[in-house]
Structures are given as C-alpha cells and as structure tokens.
Design a protein around this ligand. Structure first.
Ligand SMILES: O=P(O)(O)OC[C@H]1O[C@H](O)[C@H](O)[C@@H](O)[C@@H]1O
Length: 620
C-alpha cells in the first residue's frame, strides 16, 4: 500500500508537525516459538526511531516509579516511553479478555505483582489495525480518498508508547493519523462531528487511549465514529480481527507500518476547538455576554488526569477566578487521589478546596473527563443522585415532562423528586453509561421524548449535545445556570444550583458492597461466573418474594431490587467483573442491616460467593 501524506486541503499552523513515529520493532524481542522467531528475527538492530530523549519506564519497579514521580513528575509524564526498553511479549494473547464492555482495557505497565502486561505495543498495534479494517468496511472510502482517524490520550505513563503503537496500526492500514496529544474522551468523539478543514475535521474515526480511573499500570482504548461510541459487538469484532492480525504479523509489516506512520501522522491542537465550543455555549446561554462568570470563584480538581484544561481554557475566558484549583497538571501516577467523582477521598479533596478558598463552586473530573461532579459553596456534594437531580431540574425546565433515563442504582428519593417535584418521568434502566445512552436514544426512536441519560457514576449525555457522554458539558450546563442568574441580576454564588435540588430526599445510609465470585470454586461446577451469579439472583428473588416485609420493585431491568424497612436494596451482576454489587439505601443503620440480613440469608447458600464485605457491614 502506498504511503501518503495528509490530503492537500487547507492546512494551517494549527497542525503542529509531521510527527516522526517510533517504529515498532526493537531488539531483544521475546520469541515464544520458532515460527515467531523466523518472522521477527531480522531485527538485530534497534528499529525504534526515538522521539528524543525519552525516559524508559517499563520494567522499573513501582517504588522507582513513585520516586521518579516525586522528584521529576513532569519528566515522567511527558517523556515516559517504556517502548525503548520493554520487550513486548509475543506470547499468545487472549484478545477477547481485553474487552471491558464497550471499551478495551488491559495492563500496560509492568511492576505490579500478579498483573502481567497484556496491552503491549504489538497487541495495541494489532487492535488499531483491526479498527482500521473495521472502519474501512463501514465507511467504504473511494479509491482516491483516505480515511483519517484522530488519537488522544489521558495522563497515563503508558500513553506515549500506546499512541505510537496505535499510530503505526492505523498508518500501516493506509489511514491518515492525527494525534491530539493530551485530550478528553468527549473531545475525541467531538472530533468526528467538528466541521473544520483547518483542524482536519471531521475525522472518520477517533481513538481515546485511557483506562478512566483505574490504577496507573492499566490503560485502554475507546473508539468513536460520528454515530457515537462503538458498542460491545463492534469491540468483540475488532478484537477477533486483531487476534488474526497479531498472529500473522511479519517483520516487514511492522517496519512498513513504522515507515508509513512517519509520513501519515500529523499533530493538531484540537482541544482548542473543543474548549472554544464549551466557552461559546456558556456565552450563548448568558445572552452573548463575553465574560458571564465575572465575579464567580470556581475551583477545579482534575486529579492529575486530562481535565486541567477546564480551569484555564473554559472558566478563565468566561471571567471566573480559578485560584485554589488543584491537581491540574497531568501526572499518570495520580499521586494525590484517584480521579473519580464517585471516590470519597476525591470528593473530600474538592470539598475542602471549595471551603478553604471560599469558592462559589467546585468542579471535579475523572481522568478522561467523561465523568464529573460538583460541590456547592457550602461544601454540599452535588454528585451521584444529587447530580442527577440537578441535571434533571435543568433539563426539565427546558423540556417539561421529558423522560430522564438513569442507571439501576439510583435512589427511590430521586424517582419521587423527578416525578413529583419536577413533573418528569424517571426511567431507571441498567448500569453502564452506554446502556443508559442507548436506551434514551431508543426511547426517542419509539416516540418517547428523552433529553437526558445519566448515571450515578457521573457519566451523562444530553440530546442537545449529540448524546455525547461528556463530563465537561454537564458542568457547562451548571455554568449556564450561574451565568444566566448573574445576567438577570441574581446574587448568591451557587445558591441557584442548590435551590434546584431542594426537596430531594437523600438516604441516611447508602452503601455499595461488592461480593466476589470465586471463579475457581468447585461450586461453579465448571460453569461461568455469570451463570453462578444468575443462580444467586434467582434464589434471592424466590426468598424475597415470600417475605411479606419486602416488596419487589414494580419495574426493574437488572438484578433483584426490593423495597422494605423504608429503604431498598439491589443485588445485580457487575457489568464486567465476577462480582455481585449490592447497593443498600435506608433511613437508618438498623434498617440497612435488616435489608442486608435478608440478602445474606439467600446468598449464604452459595459458597463460591465471598460475602465478607456484607458480613463486615452487618457487624458494625
Ligand atoms: O457493574 P459495575 O462493576 O459496578 O461497573 C459499572 C460501571 O462500569 C464501567 O466503569 C462503566 O464505564 C460505567 O458506566 C459503569 O457504571
């Protein structure tokens, strides 16, 4: 296949450079079989073209990484390129195991005991090549045109080497590659929709390299086209193709891909386009005021993920003061807290920042900015059910009566709030942001109007924003409220937001306990953990059906959801893990314990289920 540079359309200074991509083969490769050795053997010399003084991290211990991080964080983040020393394993790889719902996730950095690297550079390159093949089939470009794909990444230390591998996989398949560098997941989807020759948009496909809030040694891939994020069947298809490609890699292919990548890759500062869209949205909502957030003090906590841009590129141009914002600088070792708005430590950190700085509002993102939460000026956390209530209030003002689609672990109090106070309809569906978004799209297609799909995890998507799952856009909707309140002369910091959730009943006790299924236990009798989990749920259903103190939820889409003792519980199968997550909400600890005991009575009959988390909860 011919190598070609980027098509000759209007190309401006926004394209940073033609990036020299590291070629993929390297010496010291490990060969598992003679035939593999034959295919790869000629790589006696190091074919890696360097990206200039990179720091090789792979193979060094966690402790060393920590120390490096302490003394030279920026260097570790910016330059970490384990590819220079890591011998990528060409052992047999179970590609299907890399599927995590509609994402791909794996271990990309060595050093954690019991977690061998399975998202190596060759594996990643094969996956990117498989995505290219999938995309070529979908888009069927004419003979004279080439597809182009954008690549972004979060702050993980393996980002650079995986970006290089993805670039080679795409370029080797004859696609044009546009690297955005540090980016957010929603920005990547957005790049499939943006119309701009200057920024080489729209792209035909986009890839985000991220493992969301998972530990530093993990990484993963998310894929988008202008139709949205790829779903589970597409990911399975891509992984099957990737396994094939990987098994047939030849050294010539790899060298060729490296050469093509050095010609077919451009860099573009796309985050500027994306953030200016967010800024424009707030200005529009305020009635075209240039700095509608003048006088507001808003602190951001990016948890050292990719969301630091929100302070300098969104809030400040809108006039807000952002002093006291924290952990804005990317650091893939996440030394301060897990970037996750569901995490208690993370929420405590942003709450403290709001209080210490006497700020009007706090905003927190997960690593790749598809999830978010806020904190009001009194330190009240606007996350989980409360964030859904707030977003529902905003959306229902704009679209009275609309249906709000949420995940399954939302509270009964939220239903009452949406339906009785706001006059909307609460459609409590399944866990999983893609499930929730797809359900809202489906409802609209069958004539039921829905404008918001949102999870307690902080994932949320609006119809007005192309059902793009975007934590930053959720926060923009809150900023719109502040800006328009200010424009109409209202004072009072974030009170306009807090007032919107007045009347939401929040439980005194809310816990999530994760009960693990031991997949090697004899009680599984050779069956899968899913089958075992289903059996547990069936048994629980039978027991609760015959308990007069418990009432089955009238509408429920997953697991067993039951009300009783003034509260409720839901036991369901995890989307991805051999785990049965148990959510309990109740007005008191005693009531929560009664609900927990009802579950324990049923699950005790299943020895492969580790109930220690529940036992512990019941003892306190
Ligand atoms: O089913 P669980 O193990 O609780 O995981 C559920 C979560 O999985 C992933 O992280 C998805 O991105 C989330 O949308 C979902 O809520």
């Amino acid at each position: 296949m011919e190598t070609a540079s980027i098509p000759q359309r209007a190309v401006s200074g926004k394209i940073v450079q033609n990036v020299l991509i590291a070629q993929c083969c390297q010496k010291n490769r490990q060969f598992s079989t003679q035939s593999k050795r034959d295919r790869y053997a000629p790589t006696g010399r190091n074919l890696l073209s360097s990206q200039g003084g990179k720091l090789a991290c792979s193979g060094i211990s966690t402790m060393q990484l920590r120390n490096l991080s302490k003394f030279n964080r920026a260097t570790v983040y910016c330059n970490a390129a384990p590819s220079a020393t890591a011998p990528p394993s060409l052992e047999k790889v179970d590609f299907i195991k890399l599927q995590n719902g509609s994402d791909i996730r794996g271990v990309a950095v060595s050093g954690v005991e019991g977690e061998p690297v399975n998202l190596t550079e060759p594996v990643t390159e094969a996956i990117a090549a498989a995505f290219a093949a999938w995309l070529l089939e979908k888009k069927k470009p004419g003979a004279s045109s080439r597809l182009r794909v954008s690549i972004g990444h979060d702050s993980r230390i393996s980002a650079q080497k995986l970006q290089d591998a993805v670039s080679r996989g795409l370029a080797g398949a004859g696609l044009d590659v546009i690297q955005y560098g540090l980016a957010s997941t929603p920005a990547m989807f957005n790049s499939t929709l943006t119309e701009s020759d200057e920024f080489l948009c729209p792209v035909d496909g986009a890839i985000m390299i991220t493992a969301s809030h998972l530990p530093y040694n993990r990484n993963g891939l998310k894929f988008f086209t202008n139709a949205g994020g790829l779903g589970k069947p597409d990911i399975k298809d891509i992984l099957e193709r990737a396994a094939n490609i990987y098994n047939n890699f030849t050294v010539e292919d790899l060298i060729d891909a490296g050469k093509k990548a050095s010609l077919a890759v451009k860099r573009v500062d796309y985050m500027t386009v994306y953030t200016s869209g967010l800024v424009a949205a707030v200005r529009k909502a305020s009635g075209k005021i240039e700095k509608p957030l003048n006088g507001f003090h808003i602190v951001v906590d990016a948890g050292n993920g990719a969301g630091g841009f929100f302070a300098g590129k969104v809030l400040e141009p809108l006039g807000a003061a952002t002093s006291g914002s924290q952990f804005l600088e990317p650091d893939g070792l996440f030394p301060n807290h897990i970037p996750n708005p569901e995490d208690k430590v993370a929420m405590k950190a942003i709450t403290q920042a709001v209080l210490d700085n006497k700020a009007d509002l706090g905003i927190i993102f997960d690593t790749d900015v598809d999830r978010s939460a806020a904190v009001d000026s009194t330190g009240r956390e606007l996350n989980r059910n409360c964030l859904i209530a707030l977003m529902s209030a905003i959306v229902l003002e704009e679209h009275p009566g609309t249906t709000i689609v949420t995940d399954s672990v939302t509270s009964d109090g939220l239903t009452t709030f949406i339906e009785k106070k706001l006059g909307g309809k609460h459609h409590r569906f399944k866990r999983g942001y893609k499930n929730v978004i797809d359900e809202a799209i489906r409802l609209n297609s069958v004539g039921e109007e829905s404008h918001l799909a949102i999870e307690t995890s902080g994932h949320g998507a609006l119809k007005e924003n192309h059902w793009l799952d975007d934590g930053a856009y959720l926060m923009v909707k809150l900023l719109n409220k502040l800006a328009s309140a200010r424009a109409s002369g209202a004072e009072g910091g974030s009170k306009v937001l807090t007032d919107l959730v007045e009347g939401l009943q929040e439980p005194t006790v809310a816990v999530e306990l994760r009960l693990k299924i031991d997949q090697n236990h004899a009680d599984l009798k050779g069956g899968s953990f899913r089958e075992y989990g289903e059996a547990v749920l069936k048994h629980l259903k039978n027991i609760t059906d015959s308990d007069p103190k418990l009432q089955k939820a009238p509408v429920n889409y997953e697991g067993v959801r039951v009300s009783g003792y003034g509260g409720w519980f839901l036991l369901r199968l995890s989307l991805h893990d051999p785990v049965l997550p148990l959510n309990i909400e109740a007005p008191s600890n005693d009531d929560a314990v009664k609900l927990g005991l009802a579950v324990l009575a049923a699950v005790n009959d299943f020895p492969a289920l580790d109930t220690s988390a529940l036992d512990k909860f019941l003892q306190v």
